[in-house]
Design a protein around this ligand. Sequence first.
Ligand code: SF4
Ligand code: ZN
Length: 353
Amino acid sequence: MAEAAAKLKGGRLCSICNDRRPALKRPKTLEQICRECFYTVFEDEIHNVIVENQLFKPGERIAIGASGGKDSTVLAYVLSELNRRHNYGLDLFLLSVDEGITGYRDDSLETVKRNEIQYGLPLKVVSYKELYGWTMDEIVKLIGLKNNCTFCGVFRRQALDRGAALLKVDKLVTGHNADDIAETVLLNILRGDIARLSRCTSIITGEDGPIPRCKPFKYTYEKEIVIYPFCWLDYFSTECIYSPNAYRGFAREFIKDLERMRPRAILDIIKSGEDFRISASTKMPEQGNCERCGYISSQKWCKACVLLEGLNRGLPKLGIGRSRGLNNEQNKDMKLTDGTKSMQSKQCGTLDF
Ligand code: SF4
Ligand code: ZN
């Protein structure tokens, strides 16, 4: 009725179907579109990204890094829908990391447990306490609120790989969206980290490592992920109580400002990151395995083992920044080792995985 009246009155119509009244201005393109068309383009774009980049093969087992936050919750929902609708033939699982942050992660894990039932996807939770013998609460008690995210980011990366290995999955998908990737491109430029700059825009990473990771939301705008569920998806939206990360926050705000002026800015920053090429003369770290735990590392010990050794010996600064630590003889710069910093705060539940 409303649509017919709009047509008769010559009111504005959805610029995609040209039939229904627009319900929103699409953040990515600023088109006025109806709700139905928004769902369709949102899901179709993700499907096209999956198909064009050949993210999955039929029969694969896929773990979805699930924090209970909006990105991973929408990812779990959309991926299970697309899997069914387009017969991807995937076995999907939810994989969560319990960092041991009281009042934050325990609550968001409750959300993931509800998602397990709502979407019918089996859930595996791995915890820092089980894997490393420490919770983030205990670590923060020891080291304070400086560098806590370094520990957390390094530990989470390995925890996800270990959880994925326990689930025997072929790939791990994460909810990193276009805004996160643009932000990481910018941060890597600001840090002068060209090695990571080219890697952070890849839609699939770690193909030479234990479990490849992919980002089906690489071109999906955060604002669209926020409006996609309207009110029917169940997710958790509180910041981690230990979240500082002022530098990343600044890059995030900067990107939001650019987006306000020109929505395409996000895609253009990603494109700039993609187009960076590392010259053949740039020395890249060689990958080997940690002598202690076997995890991939370009050093004698992986970063998690160095940090853990520091914690266990009561020397928590060991392995932080450029200080000389256990791997000192081999390579003085611990920062360029495990690829853990590039997505550090995105790996947390504040910003989702
Ligand atoms: Fe961990 Fe994220 Fe909290 Fe930092 S902000 S302590 S990385 S969960
Ligand atoms: Zn190790």
